[in-house]
Design a protein around this ligand. Structure first.
Ligand code: AMP
Ligand code: MG
Length: 331
């Protein structure tokens, strides 16, 4: 089966085409266009306008890159949520129009679950991981338990990527700030204490963000502040992930989301996994960030397991929770 997936939860719009073969996901094309705010954060309406102006071209380019015809597509899927309302609606509208035109079935999928499934579908030996999903808006530790993907821990305020971007904006680093903070952090030598806030299994970043900003105003070296920000937040993320692994007795950890590009975070999670005798996995970079291929792959898994979606069921859901999904494709 060949599936085309449209992803549009936040700053990027992506169209991917995948082929499912013997339970594995083969990516035929995966194109992404990213909205860059001139200044400040993402304005949902402007991001949606950006997506609307690129989606038609992305769909035809993606079909061409994949070397298929429109008539080869068996299924159209899209990111149903969670995400920014105007962006979700733009992606969903495009997917509905395409499915209707091609007279092919439509499938709305959960974005967070797609980040996990693309790891299982493309990374060799990754079968039953705990996912540390670290993106701009989302920060969740997710694993499969008792028929569902459960959230074992998550942020109580902003996502880790947002925390880094907000800090970066306060010192005028351009969006996205994560890679720039990573570069500064490499040169840091002095750890400045920051609040380490884990509440139960959940995380909070806004307090330490304020504390990091005030170190800058106090004249501390930016390199040291970035270093301390990374060390503290990444240690928090690693701790919650480790506790979820201990609780679920899972032997694999998978990273997903844009922040998974960070080498220091990878190193910390990998060290934790090694100490536990567990395996550490990261999908290819283009499958870690928000992308259409992961949406296509989850759509295909759902469809092949018997899920069907009518147009009436295809409304977007900005607060689509990971554990609302009935997981029909796993035993
Ligand atoms: P996503 O929302 O999954 O597309 O991821 C976007 C987020 O990833 C933004 O907040 C970026 O600042 C962050 N990001 C990208 N590269 C890095 C990096 N090398 N280190 C930390 N954060 C990063
Ligand atoms: Mg994402």
């Amino acid at each position: 089966m060949i599936c085309l997936g449209v992803e549009g939860t936040a700053h990027s719009i992506g169209v991917g085409i995948i082929k499912g073969m013997r339970g594995r996901c083969h990516v035929l094309s995966n194109l992404i266009k990213t909205y860059q705010p001139e200044k400040g954060g993402i304005h949902p309406r402007e991001a949606a306008n950006h997506h609307a102006s690129h989606i038609a071209e992305l769909i035809s380019d993606s079909v061409r890159h994949a070397g298929v015809d429109f008539s080869d597509i068996n299924l159209v899927s899209f990111s149903q949520g969670p995400g920014l309302g105007p962006c979700l609606r733009t992606a969903a509208t495009a997917a509905r129009a395409l499915a209707l035109t091609l007279e092919k079935p439509l499938m709305g999928v959960n974005h967070c679950v797609a980040h996990l499934e693309i790891g299982r579908g493309t990374v060799p030996r990754c079968r039953d991981p705990v996912l540390l999903y670290v993106s701009g808006a989302n920060t969740q530790v997710i694993a499969f338990a008792e028929g569902k993907y459960r959230v074992f821990g998550e942020t109580l305020d902003v996502g880790i990527g947002n925390c880094l971007d907000k800090f970066g904006r306060s010192i005028d680093l351009g969006f996205p700030c994560g890679p720039k903070i990573e570069a500064f952090a490499k040169k840091g030598t002095r750890y400045l204490p920051l609040p380490y806030s884990i509440k139960g299994m959940d995380l909070a970043f806004s307090g330490l963000l304020t504390a990091a900003e005030s170190y800058v105003t106090q004249g501390e070296h930016l390199e040291d502040v970035c270093y301390s920000l990374q060390e503290t937040t990444f240690a928090m993320l690693t701790e919650v992930t480790e506790r979820a692994m201990a609780h679920t007795e899972k032997q694999e950890v998978l990273l997903g989301g844009g922040v998974a590009s960070n080498k220091r975070l990878r190193e910390m999670v990998q060290t934790m996994a090694k100490d536990r005798g567990a395996s550490f996995f990261v999908p290819a970079r283009e499958l870690c960030v928000d992308n259409g291929a992961m949406i296509a792959w989850l759509g295909l898994l759902m469809y092949q397991s018997g899920v069907r979606m009518s147009l009436d069921d295809s409304l977007i859901n900005q607060r689509f929770r990971t554990d609302m999904v009935e997981v029909t494709w796993r035993g």
